[in-house]
Write a protein of this length. Structure first.
Ligand SMILES: [Mn+2]
Length: 379
């Protein structure tokens, strides 16, 4: 039984100012290209089953280009006759039921099984004379609701193979949180041996959680936290109770985040020299990169030759300079991860408040904080 497990494709995502010749955001196109590579692989390798573990789209209301692209690619998959199960993730799940779910556009595509009704669903398939049951728990509005659905989860004893798919942060291991306000928590005890495979989505780094449980990771780079990762999807082969797993790497536009330049004992011209060396080593053409300056004082930072850096980086898709500034006269950095802390603090503050539309306020507030962060980083 050959299965492909993909997740967090975030179609419709866009970032930075760079546009293509047709005026479309370059990073949006890159995200489509990554998913298209996956579909090309499906057509070439002809697996028995495909599982998408959520966040197919980047948002609740993707733009028309993203919708058209997704439909065209899902039709390409549909034409192979291979079942494609896709569950809703937190990014595409509406906050209000009235909004309606974008996944309803897939309801009538043959061999495509969208799961987005905020409840546990089982999908039985007969493949190569074997019964394979996919147990899917998609994104829910409330954590309590999700926990209720998790309680119902039960392997099908009549099936030859049981696959569980869900989207959320596995508990106990802080690292698997994306720090998103509507993310759901999957308790470690769910990672049961009773399933032949557990396909998870949400955490963007491809990760093995147990011998039978994996995050496939995202198909693209979305933040500089992703920079050290490889991006792709999982290829599984299950036969006679044995699971073989392989990570299939995609060809993505490089995102480079070299080690910070320690500036504490350096003069302005020495720092500029190091920056120039680093940029040259990166070979910025068509790449996305970030230069981090640690322990730099505000007056030295203001003295940097930004025009020179811009000239050297001109062929990049995007670059940013992250300065962890030490205020003149202080020894401790004062700016490092200030924005993260602010979002976190805001979330905690709201949790303690007795408000009706907490989630909406949280979403708006975090949106503003992210905007300011992007503006500051773009300096
Ligand atoms: Mn997610």
């Amino acid at each position: 039984m050959k299965i492909l497990h993909v997740a967090d494709t975030h179609l419709g995502y866009s970032a930075y100012r760079k546009v293509t010749e047709d005026g479309i955001n370059q990073r949006e196109m890159d995200t489509y290209n990554a998913f298209k590579q996956f579909v090309d692989y499906v057509i070439k390798s002809k697996p028995d089953l495909i599982i998408h573990a959520g966040d197919l789209f980047d948002s609740v209301r993707p733009n028309n280009r993203a919708i058209t692209f997704a439909i065209n690619q899902l039709i390409r998959i549909s034409e192979t006759g291979i079942p494609f199960v896709v569950i809703a993730g937190n990014h595409e799940h509406p906050k209000l039921k009235e909004t309606g779910h974008i996944f309803s556009i897939f309801d009538h595509i043959d061999h495509v099984y969208p799961v987005y009704h905020a409840k546990y669903e089982t999908l039985p398939f007969k493949i190569n004379n074997k019964k394979i049951t996919v147990h899917a728990i998609p994104q829910c509005e409330l954590k309590t609701q999700f926990n209720e659905e998790l309680k119902k989860l039960k392997p099908d004893s009549a099936a030859d193979y049981n696959i569980f798919v869900s989207h959320g942060a596995v508990t106990g291991i802080k690292e698997f949180s994306m720090n998103e306000f509507n993310e759901l928590i999957i308790p470690t005890k769910i990672l049961s041996k009773d399933f032949d495979y557990i396909a998870l989505g949400h955490y963007h780094r491809s990760t093995k959680l147990a011998s039978n449980a994996f995050y496939s990771g995202s198909t693209e780079y979305f933040t500089f936290a992703d920079a050290p990762d490889k991006k792709g999807f999982m290829k599984l082969d299950i036969s006679n109770g044995k699971l073989k797993h392989n990570f299939i790497e995609l060809e993505n536009r490089p995102m480079i985040d070299p080690k910070p330049i320690k500036c504490s004992n350096l003069k302005l011209d020495e720092i500029m020299k190091k920056i120039k060396e680093t940029v040259r080593e990166i070979e910025p053409r068509e790449k996305t990169f970030r230069i981090t300056l640690d322990d730099i004082s505000t007056h030295i930072y203001r003295g940097l030759d930004f025009d020179e850096i811009r000239k050297l980086s001109g062929k990049a898709i995007h670059y940013e300079i992250k300065a962890n500034v030490v205020k003149d006269g202080e020894s401790k950095p004062s700016v490092t991860s200030k924005i993260d802390a602010l979002a976190h603090e805001f979330k905690q503050f709201l949790e303690s408040q007795d408000l009706k539309e907490k989630e909406t306020i949280l979403e708006l507030g975090i949106g503003y904080i992210e905007k300011i962060e992007a503006r500051d980083e773009g300096k």
